[in-house]
Design a binder for this molecule. Structure first.
Ligand code: ADE
Length: 224
């Protein structure tokens, strides 16, 4: 089955709207929704915010279910001038931007990197082409930090190719990788950190951006 992981209930609810035959299953205090999406069996894990939560939920999910692919969906913060709220962002790789052992390892100690699965990436682009949406494919920067304008200079200095920031994908990617399960991020922008007061944009756009990501995820699973 396909696993879908979201951090927040609002992101989960957006994808559950597309699902049928939903059954809630609580494992080790974590909530999973077993369901059908576009005629395929899926399990949706609600992981909570940030990397440790994401790693715990992904580990339980991979150990308990027979998973063929992991999709991390929901919202993210844009980092670049050419990005706008509601744009879709797709990972070709994920980096944990708050991992730093440069004091010991030099430049090699910056970030933990995991590449997205090439077949999932090709499918994402195929599904996106006929959709009337703006999308960005690139490096998703993941860390235990809500990124705003004040963080941008350092983040983009260290990871100039990053297209967005979020707080779970790095942990999900690393866990998926250790279970040899293909992984990709399919998110939508709720805020863009180059703009002033982006945290307020998050409040305003989190629901509608969650819906955008969910709609895309539905089409992706349909094409899987
Ligand atoms: N998720 C949505 N917006 C974000 C941001 N600006 N930083 C980190 N995670 C986010």
């Amino acid at each position: 089955m396909i696993a879908i992981i979201c951090a927040m209930q609002i992101e989960c609810d957006a994808i559950l709207k597309y699902c049928t035959s939903i059954q809630k299953n609580v494992l080790f205090n974590r909530t999973f929704y077993e369901a059908e999406l576009a005629g395929k069996k899926v399990v949706i894990g609600l992981c909570g915010v940030a990397k440790v939560n994401a790693a715990i939920t992904t580990t339980i999910l991979c150990a308990h279910y027979d998973i063929q692919a992991i999709l991390n969906i929901g919202v993210a913060g844009g980092l670049k001038e050419n990005e706008n709220v509601m744009d879709l962002v797709i990972s070709d790789q994920v980096v944990q931007h708050d991992y730093d052992t440069t004091a010991l390892d030099g430049e090699a100690g910056k970030g933990i990197w995991v590449k997205a699965d090439q077949d999932l990436l090709a499918l994402a682009i195929k599904v996106l082409e006929p959709m009337d949406v703006t999308y960005h494919v690139g490096c998703v920067a993941s860390g235990d930090l809500f990124v705003t304008k004040q963080h941008l200079e350092k983040l983009l200095h260290d990871f100039p190719d990053a297209i967005c920031a979020e707080m779970e994908a790095g942990a999900i990617a690393q866990t998926a990788d250790s279970f040899h399960i293909p992984f990709i991020v399919l998110r939508s922008l709720s805020d863009v950190a180059v703009k002033e007061k982006s945290a307020m944009d998050f409040m305003e756009y989190v629901q509608i951006a969650s819906q955008k990501s969910a709609e895309f995820t539905y089409r992706f699973v349909e094409g899987y």
